[in-house]
Structure formats: structure tokens, C-alpha cells
Ligand binder design. Sequence first.
Ligand code: NAP
Length: 362
Amino acid sequence: SLKLCLKVSLRKLNHVCLTVPITAVLVFVLLKLLARVNRRGGVDGVGRAVLVTGCDSGFGHQLAGALDQKGFVVFAGCLSPDGEGAQNLIRESSGNLKVLKLDVTKEEEVQRAKKTVQENLPEKGLWAVVNNAGVSDWAEIEWSNVEDFHSMADINLFGAIRTAIAFLPLVRAAKGRMVFVSSIFAFFHCLNMAAYSVSKRGLEAFADCLRVEMASFGVKVSIIQPGNFSGATNILKTKTALDLWVKLDEDRKKIFNRRYVEVAHDYFKSTCTTGFKTAEPVVTAMMHALTSTRPKSRYLLVSALDTVFFKLYPLLPTVLADSVFCFSSMYRTRLLDTFWELFVFYFEHELDYFEINQVKKF
Ligand SMILES: NC(=O)c1ccc[n+]([C@@H]2O[C@H](COP(=O)([O-])OP(=O)(O)OC[C@H]3O[C@@H](n4cnc5c(N)ncnc54)[C@H](OP(=O)(O)O)[C@@H]3O)[C@@H](O)[C@H]2O)c1
């Protein structure tokens, strides 16, 4: 009877071991499906306005067109309203899209844009602001000065903060949305991207704090984190290895030799040929953030394979996260060059020593 008792208990245990995980998986899948169904449907554009900054080109330009097609009243902030990008927007959109002169680094332009928006609001008010305007550049920290960091933050970080603070009362009144276009470089601390990373990490800190503060007012805040879309936008401005080289003083030229600067330059030039060729995934994510009843707080926009890497990367211990860069061609070149310079230095000094001793002997 003890044997029988044991057999029954084991069978029960087996049963529990199988049913508990299966039920857990089923509940998880069901909840995910329910969340997806809930996310469908959403906000329509009729009677609602959206302000998008940086619409001369890239994501902002395409989003402005897409919002116009959805029936939103669009205020498209452009750096150059007479430029080709802004003029194309006007030509290709309905009368509901208005181009505004908006340099986000200038308080008076932001206030003027706010006045125009307030005077032209549709009945449901200003539904959202998409803080998209931005610039990018690359350089090692030692090749930069504080002004390089300052000018990047002025547009990417303080430009977005200035715009958000100015338009927040209107968005709060509509219980609407604030969207911030960040980057994977907000959490991926890659070589040569310090100034950009500083501006985007600061931007995410601001957006995260705003989300918490705005939750009780019904305003939802989303962060868009695109990967490499340089082929689909104008974000990478051309700069030659020589442009960088002439900026370096003599001491730096000895440490960061010409070959290394050229390797770094070629690396960034080659990124233009890789990555996404269309801005569609980013525009779709922005649309979701603006129109879904349950927008996400973060949208990571990288390839399926990179998604696994970028989701894991922030969880890695620092020593492992940093070692990722050992695989980069820039890093390897620097290591080899440093090794070579040490070797040459040692060899020259040994030679000096040898020559001195030979002279002494005579
Ligand atoms: N493309 C990517 O791979 C990528 C990846 C991650 C994040 N992002 C982010 O995505 C956002 C949009 O960039 P994009 O990729 O679409 O590049 P883009 O084509 O260069 O668009 C950026 C826009 O911002 C404008 N702008 C620059 N300075 C401004 C200022 N002071 N005030 C107002 N507007 C200004 C630019 O005008 P001009 O054309 O006249 O300079 C341009 O229209 C940026 O925040 C960028 O950091 C892009």
C-alpha cells in the first residue's frame, strides 16, 4: 500500500509539474492577445492638432505628411520654411497642414509658433507634440571641445525641453500625447558618439520624469528609439577624415594617428550604406504613440536580430557591455597601433642604449 501511495503521489506531482507551467504560458499568451486587441482602434485625427518639429526632412517630414493624410491638423515646424523640404510638404498636403518657422534653439521662435498654434487650434485642441528635431555628429571625446557638446545638447536636449515646456499646457488641456525622438545611443555607449549620447540620454531622463508627472493629468509620454536609419534620412552630414585631422593639435596627432582617424571615418561612412532604407518603421511607431489608446512608453526600432542584442545590452554587467566594442574595427586598429607605437618606442630606445654603449666602448 505504501508503494501504491507513492505511485499516486508521484503521478499527482507529475500532473502539477505539467499543468502549472502550461497554464502560466496560456495565461501569458491570453494576456498578450488581450493587450494587443486593446491597443487596436484608437484616436482619429478629426478636430485634433499635432505639432511636429524638424519637418524639413527625415522622420518629421514623413510623419507630417502621414498625419495630414489621417485628417489631423498639422503644424509642421521647419528650420527653413522656404526650403525644398517645407515647400514639398505644402505642395503635397491638404490645407490642414501649416508650415511654421521653428528653430527649437530660439525661445522667441518657439513662443511665436505657440501663438500661431493657439490662434489656429481645431475644436479638440492640441492633441500632441512630437519633439523630433535633432542633429547628429561623431568624434572622440578628445577630438572635441565643450562647445561641440553644448551645440548638440542645445538642439537635441534643450530644444526639446524648451518646446515641451511651452506647449505642455495645451497638450495637458487635451489630455494628449508628448513624443520624444531619442536614439539607441541613449543607452548604447558606443565609441565616437559621446556628445550625441549625452543629449539623447538627457532627453530620455526628461521624458521619463514628464511621463510620471503627467500620468495623473491623462497625458501619455512616449520615447522613440530608432537604430540606424541614416540611409532614409539626412541625419549623417558629410565630413571627411581631413576635416577631423586638421582640428587636432600636434599632441593629439601623435596619439590618434592619421590611420586611426581614417578608419573611424570609413566606419561612419559605411554606416550610411547599412541600416534601414526606409523611415516607415519609425513613422509607424510614431503613429502608434499618437493614435493608439495604449501607447507604449518606449519604441525600440532596430532589426529583429538587433532587438535581442539591444534588449539584453542594458542588463549586461559593465565589464561585459564594454567588451562588446573589442569587436569593432576602430577599437582593434587603436589597440594594434598602440602596440606598434610601444614596440617602435621600445626598439628606438633599445637602439639608443646599444649605440651609447658601443660609443662608450670605443
Ligand atoms: N536617422 C537616424 O538614423 C536616427 C537614428 C536615431 C535617432 N534619430 C533622431 O531622429 C530625429 C529626426 O532626425 P532624422 O533622422 O529624420 O534626420 P534629418 O533628416 O536630418 O531630420 C532632422 C530635422 O531636424 C531639423 N533641425 C536641425 N536643427 C534644428 C533646429 N535647431 N530647430 C529645428 N529643427 C532643426 C533638420 O533641419 P535641416 O535639415 O535644415 O538641418 C531636419 O529637418 C532626430 O532627433 C535624430 O536624432 C535619427
